[in-house]
Design a protein around this ligand. Structure first.
Ligand code: NI
Length: 193
């Protein structure tokens, strides 16, 4: 058990794709424990293995808050098998202390993965709930994708990064999400009616 150092934006390994886990070895079990210890030490919602310098396809999420019982969920070799709907999600990331911005996300996701004992499970997260946001955010980390790549307001992100002395935004990493954006605008219009 150990609280590990969280790598911050600008560390090259955060941009590297992570490898599949082939065996739930002692090393992977330790990694899961370290991820949870580190997540709880920061009061975070999710943490992915590449954020502590281990490029394996593993992340952990706990959406419990306040006095609620802890509810850790471990995802090993996750696959998002269905996604639908679109919404605006305000997010931060433990690798970007004090930076928050609106990003585009799917409202509903269906994910399959292995748990910490290597048993497969399927989980559905709906209606843009915290779990739905966290799954998409953490899943991205495994492919070297960061939340700022989904930002709706590039200018705001650029300013935030500069203020906190982070490296600049990488425009070539920004994801073209015109379809998601169109769906978001459509639902915003409906709300206004
Ligand atoms: Ni993150």
């Amino acid at each position: 058990m150990a609280i590990r150092k969280i790598l911050t934006y600008g560390t090259p390994s955060l941009r590297q794709p992570s490898k599949e886990v082939h065996k739930i070895s002692k090393k992977i079990k330790e990694l899961v424990k370290d991820l949870l210890d580190t997540l709880y030490s920061q009061n975070g919602v999710g943490l992915a293995a590449p954020q502590i310098g281990e490029n394996y396809r593993v992340f952990v999420i706990d959406t419990s808050s306040g006095d609620e019982t802890l509810n850790p969920i471990v995802f090993i070799n996750p696959k998002i098998i269905k996604k639908s709907g679109a919404f605006i999600s305000n997010e931060g990331c433990l690798s970007f202390p004090d930076i928050y911005t609106d990003v585009r996300r799917y409202k509903n996701v269906l994910i399959k993965a292995l748990d910490r004992n290597g048993r497969p499970f399927v989980l559905e997260a709906k209606d843009g709930c915290l779990l739905a946001k966290a799954i998409q955010h953490e899943f991205d980390h495994l492919d070297g994708i960061l939340f700022i790549d989904h930002a709706r307001n590039r200018f705001e992100v650029e300013q935030g990064l500069a203020q906190k002395h982070f490296p600049p935004l990488e425009p070539d990493k920004m994801i073209d999400e015109s379809e998601l954006e169109a769906e978001i605008n459509e639902s915003l219009m409906k709300e206004q009616k």
